[in-house]
Write a protein that binds this ligand. Structure first.
Ligand SMILES: C[S@@+](CC[C@H](N)C(=O)[O-])C[C@H]1O[C@@H](n2cnc3c(N)ncnc32)[C@H](O)[C@@H]1O
Length: 295
């Protein structure tokens, strides 16, 4: 059976493409403007091009050669405008780019569109309109609100996925939880916590807090301890390699950041590949069922 071909916008280090490949798809092209992320994506075996999708040459011109040969367009536009961590400028944030993804899907003639972002987008009026626009242009659309910890990733990471296509798809079934200790057996501490004044240290027998681009997750000698302002930070910072495992990357994934900080950025920006695999496997299953019915 023919594999579904995908293009991934804002591809970062290729985590979504890796997940699509795990799901049985054929990721043919990624686009981003971060050179270290692109080097990583290419080292992982995918074709990827530099383009500033908001200020560079027209995205639509870039995509024209792929018209008619792409089944799925996926995108992880920057989320700062919607993130609880940012200044919450929402749709007026100059980085807001979710809107161009629907046009891009129509331009290449993709049957399916998947946009990943933080929950703030799905719950906003703008997110509602984006979904309606996708539904008008593609036939059906919905938001799936998923936590990576429900899909075999050792980390709580709540993200929304706008899924649009020719007909309804049910969101993926959840699977058993994976704990920090399952992926980091040598962590050497009973707890970890985020470096925040209010953070409570959590047992490593649970999924971790959300991995961020600053890499501020620390081991901690006690479970359930809240840090007070001025307290010395106990434990050590997790390395970007450990955080990549919490993000469900394989241990040998070829990150190409030139500094530790760059690798923290690449890891923290990523969609957990295993979560992506669950999402895109729904489309693959649907494709397999339809192909079976028509043969
Ligand atoms: C949330 S990250 C997505 C990461 C990717 N999906 C992954 O799983 O690794 C957002 C990405 O958008 C890219 N980006 C932000 N603004 C951009 C722009 N104007 N043009 C192209 N890429 C951009 C960033 O470099 C970053 O890699």
């Amino acid at each position: 059976m023919r594999k579904l071909r995908t293009i991934d916008l804002f591809c970062g280090s290729g985590a979504v493409m890796w997940g699509q490949q795990l799901a049985g798809m054929d990721p043919i092209y990624g686009v981003d403007r971060d050179h270290e992320a692109l080097d990583t994506t290419r080292a992982a075996g995918f074709a990827a091009a530099y383009c500033d999708l908001q200020h560079g040459p027209s995205l639509l011109a870039l995509l024209m050669p792929f018209r008619g040969s792409v089944d799925v367009l996926s995108a992880s536009p920057p989320c700062q405008g919607w993130s609880g961590l940012g200044k919450k400028k929402r749709a007026s944030d100059r980085r807001e780019a979710a809107g161009i993804c629907v046009t891009a899907a129509v331009t290449v003639g993709a049957r399916w569109l998947v946009i990943e972002n933080v929950m703030g987008l799905a719950s906003s009026l703008y997110g509602q309109r984006l979904m309606e626009d996708a539904r008008d242009k593609m036939g059906w659309a919905t938001w799936w609100n998923l936590d990576a910890a429900d899909y075999g990733v050792a980390q709580h990471r709540r993200r929304c996925f706008l899924v649009a296509g020719p007909h309804e798809l049910v969101q993926p079934a959840t699977c058993p939880m994976v704990n920090v200790r399952d992926v980091l057996p040598d962590i050497g501490a009973p707890a970890i916590r985020q470096e925040q004044v209010t953070a409570v240290s959590r047992s490593v027998s649970r999924p971790s807090p959300t991995v961020n681009t600053r890499g501020t997750i620390y081991t901690h000698p006690e479970v359930g301890v809240r840090r007070n302002k001025g307290d010395r930070v106990a434990g050590r910072r997790l390395t970007w390699q450990e955080l990549a495992l919490l993000q469900s990357f394989p241990p040998d994934y070829p990150f190409r950041g030139k500094t530790q900080g760059a690798n923290h950025r690449l890891v923290g920006n990523a969609v957990p590949p295993i979560l992506a695999a669950h999402v895109f496997r729904r489309i693959v299953r649907d494709h397999e069922e339809k192909s079976r019915d028509s043969s």
